[in-house]
Every structure is written in structure tokens, then in C-alpha cells.
Design a binder for this molecule. Structure first.
Ligand code: NAD
Ligand code: DAU
Length: 372
């Protein structure tokens, strides 16, 4: 089949990557989408069951740190675009095991950049029509103050705003956790490849995502699952930390727009102006799960358990995404209240998916599907 583009998406069997792969495979039948993933504990091919037989989709199990393999793949599939999401992504794991984060996030990104550089520079058209898009996080900017601890009415949208400052594309990097330090390192390498070699790159920094297919070590799916099993809900510290939540499908939509129309060498912040204190979001989750499971209102509140705080826990993240709206017209499509209800409903309706993960059954899927 003749495809108009060959796009390498890394980390496509993880949470956000699976949404990006699904969107591209369905929306662009004229593109060949190559999903490259090492399938660490966080990679789960059952996330993509619905599109795995599409003629424009190929899965490759590989490690982004394997330079020879990366170069071979660029040549074999004549890759002309990269959307790079593969990473170690959980802050708590990075605190216990920083080396793995430096290896995958910094060295893996550098390995991929170098393979792209060597392959693209070997072509007669060079970097013409190519793009290396790196997906990063708001955590590289550090933490913001909580200058309005109770929240204030905001004219940005209907929710609360907890401080005067927001992360902008010009905010200085100031990462605190090994995870955010490793993502910052990878961002610098991507920009260096543009500035040094002229590689057409783009970087985006997004706030916390929520939605279907998130690994249940992260706050929202973990707490939904714990409520279902009547297990404690471990709230770190006092639950006062603020995160800025975006529905994952809206992140994937932004990635689509930026991959196609973002200005080369630019950075875009992605976020929904949707700040929540952890304890408030936990109460929303409890209320929604209780309602959908038919429990009386407030039934699961006593599962809240305050535990020792995360080391170096960033107090507040809040993204200013006005540049993305102004330049490329992107806006979130879902209001949080709608998105969180849809999300809770999805996890409750897909208990098999959750049980497969918690029992580690999902790890056998690759063997059955691809090693027959
Ligand atoms: P995830 O942990 O759910 O998925 C990561 C995927 O990368 C997994 O499928 C894993 O198998 C794969 N992977 C890990 N190491 C690899 C390696 N060496 N080679 C190949 N594949 C490897 O992560 P996520 O939450 O979907 O995040 C995806 C990207 O988006 C990450 O780069 C993350 O930093 C960034 N991000 C995440 C959020 C969020 O809220 N989750 C917000 C902003 C940015
Ligand atoms: O901001 C973007 C980042 O969001 C991404 O770059 C990361 O990959 C992603 O994991 C996420 O990081 P957080 O650390 O903010 O997400 P997490 O779901 O781990 O935690 C959300 C908040 O909830 C955080 O303040 C810590 C708190 N928390 C988390 C867990 C897992 C708890 O209080 N209890 C918990 O058990």
C-alpha cells in the first residue's frame, strides 16, 4: 500500500500514546502509523485492541535506547515524522529509581534524535517535510505558589484558581523530581538538535491528563479502583497540592493539530485552565463512583486516608495555554465535570481491563498476539 506519510509514534501502548495512535490510525488512513513500544509494566497492547488490525497500523516491540534498532526502523519504514511519547512517567517510581528515568527519558530521547538525524541527513531532501515532535510535561517548570489557598473566582472559566502565576512557554525550567529533571534533560536535547543541526522539532508541555486507559498507579484510576474494592485512598500530605487536569482525548487532539500545524522549533503549553486541589478531586471521584455504584451519598468518604507526603512534592501546577489557542485555535472540548463522570464510568464499565492489569494478565497479551 502506498502511504503519504510514515509516522513513528513511540510509547503508543501507554496511556496517552494509545489515544494518539488511535486518533491517527482512524483519522488518517493515508498515513502508516508505526507504534514503537518496549512494553514496560506501563505498556499494554490491549489498550489498542480496537485498531490493531487496521491496514495502516504496525506495532514494533523495541527499546528507544537501542540505537541500531532505531536506525534500522527509520530506514525500514522510511519514517518522516516522529511523535515521541515513550518515557518512564511516574514521579513516585522516579524517587525510588532515578537511573531508569535518566536512561529512558534522557538517553532514549537522545538515541531517537540521533537515529532520526543520521537517517534524515542521508536523504536527498534532507530535513524537508520531516518533523520530530517531543511530548513533555509541565513539571519541568517546577512548582507554583498557592497564593489563594481557598481559591478565587476566575474569569478564565468556572473553576477555582489558586495563584497569580501560570506556567508560560517562557517560564524558566526548574525541575524538582528525578522524573521532571529527566524530562527537562530530554527537552533540552530536542531543542539542541534543532539549534545545532537544523532538525525540524517541536516540543509541548502538558498538564495532568485523565481519562480511560491510565495505569492504576496514578491518582484517578488508583482511587476509582480502590473505592470499588473498599480499600483505603492514600492522600499524600494534607491533600492541598493543586494539579491542572486535562481530558486525555483533548491532549491527543492538540498533538494532532501541533504535529501538522505547529511552528518548527516552537514550544506550546497544553492545559485546560482546570485547577483542582487533590482533596477536592478525591471528593469528586468518591461522589461520582458512589453515585454510579448506587451507594448512598458520602458512603466512601471514610476510605480517605492521609499518608506521608511525597518527597519534594510540587505544590501547584497551572498551565497557561493561550498561545496554543491564539496560534492554532485549540481549546479543550470537554468540561471537567463531564470528563470525570465519563472517566469514572469507563473504569467501572471496563473492570476486566483493570483486573487484567492488577493481576498482570495483560503482559501475556503480547506473547499471544505477536509471537504465535
Ligand atoms: P505511560 O507510562 O502510560 O506510557 C509510557 C509508555 O512508554 C509505555 O507504553 C511504556 O511501555 C513505553 N516505554 C517506556 N520506556 C520505553 C523504552 N525504553 N522504549 C520504548 N518504549 C518505552 O505514560 P503516559 O502517561 O502515557 O505519558 C506519555 C508521555 O506524555 C510521557 O512522555 C510523559 O512524560 C508525557 N506526559 C504525561 C502526562 C500525564 O499526565 N500522564 C502529562 C504530560 C506529559
Ligand atoms: O503534570 C503532568 C504530570 O502529571 C505528568 O508529567 C506525569 O507523567 C503524570 O504522572 C502526572 O504526575 P503527578 O505526580 O501529578 O500525577 P499522580 O497521578 O501521580 O498524582 C497526582 C497528585 O495526587 C499528586 O499531587 C500526588 C497525589 N497523589 C498521587 C497518588 C498516586 C496522592 O495524593 N496519592 C496517591 O496515591
Amino acid at each position: 500500500m502506498n502511504f503519504t506519510r510514515n509516522i513513528l509514534i513511540t510509547g503508543g501502548a501507554g496511556f496517552i500514546g494509545s489515544h494518539v495512535v488511535r486518533l491517527f490510525v482512524n483519522k488518517y488512513p493515508e498515513y502508516h502509523i508505526i507504534n514503537l513500544d518496549k512494553l514496560t509494566y506501563a505498556g499494554n497492547l490491549t489498550n489498542l485492541k480496537d485498531i490493531e488490525s487496521q491496514p495502516n497500523y504496525t506495532f514494533v516491540k523495541a527499546d528507544i535506547c537501542d540505537f541500531d534498532k532505531m536506525l534500522e526502523l527509520f530506514k525500514q519504514y522510511r519514517i518522516d515524522g516522529v511523535i515521541h511519547l515513550a518515557a518512564e512517567s511516574h514521579v513516585d517510581r522516579s524517587i525510588k529509581d532515578p537511573f531508569t528515568f535518566a536512561q529512558t527519558n534522557v538517553m532514549g530521547t537522545l538515541t531517537l534524535l540521533q537515529a532520526a538525524k543520521i537517517y534524515w541527513e542521508s536523504l536527498s531532501e534532507g530535513y524537508g517535510g520531516k518533523r520530530f515532535y517531543h511530548i513533555s510535561t509541565d513539571e519541568v517548570y517546577g512548582a507554583l505558589e498557592l497564593t489563594h489557598p481557598e481559591g478565587i473566582d476566575s474569569d478564565i472559566s468556572a473553576h477555582e484558581v489558586y495563584g497569580n502565576e501560570f506556567f508560560k512557554e517562557t517560564t524558566k525550567y526548574n525541575p524538582h523530581s528525578p522524573y521532571s529533571a529527566s524530562k527537562a534533560g530530554s527537552d533540552h536535547f530536542v531543542r539542541a538538535f534543532h539549534d545545532t543541526y537544523g532538525m525540524p522539532t517541536v516540543v509541548t508541555n502538558c498538564s495532568n491528563n485523565y481519562g480511560p486507559y491510565q495505569f492504576p498507579e496514578k491518582l484517578i484510576p488508583l482511587f476509582i479502583n480502590n473505592i470499588r474494592h473498599r480499600k483505603p485512598l492514600p492522600v499524600y500530605g494534607k491533600g492541598e497540592n493543586v494539579r491542572d487536569w486535562l481530558y486525555v482525548v483533548d491532549h491527543a487532539r492538540a498533538i494532532d493539530i501541533i504535529f501538522h500545524h505547529g511552528k518548527i522549533s516552537s514550544t506550546y503549553n497544553i492545559g485546560g485552565f482546570n485547577e483542582w486541589k487533590n482533596i477536592d478531586i478525591v471528593k469528586v471521584i468518591i461522589k461520582t463512583v458512589d453515585k454510579l455504584l448506587g451507594y448512598p451519598e458520602g458512603y466512601s468518604l471514610d476510605l480517605i486516608t492521609y499518608v506521608t507526603d511525597r518527597k519534594g512534592h510540587d505544590l501547584r501546577y497551572a498551565i497557561d495555554s493561550t498561545k496554543l489557542k491564539r496560534e492554532l485555535g485549540w481549546e479543550p472540548s470537554l468540561q471537567f465535570e463531564e470528563g470525570i463522570e465519563e472517566t469514572v464510568r469507563w473504569y467501572l464499565d471496563n473492570q476486566e481491563w483493570m483486573d487484567n492489569i492488577t493481576s498482570r494478565e495483560y503482559e501475556k497479551y503480547y506473547e499471544e498476539m505477536y509471537n504465535r
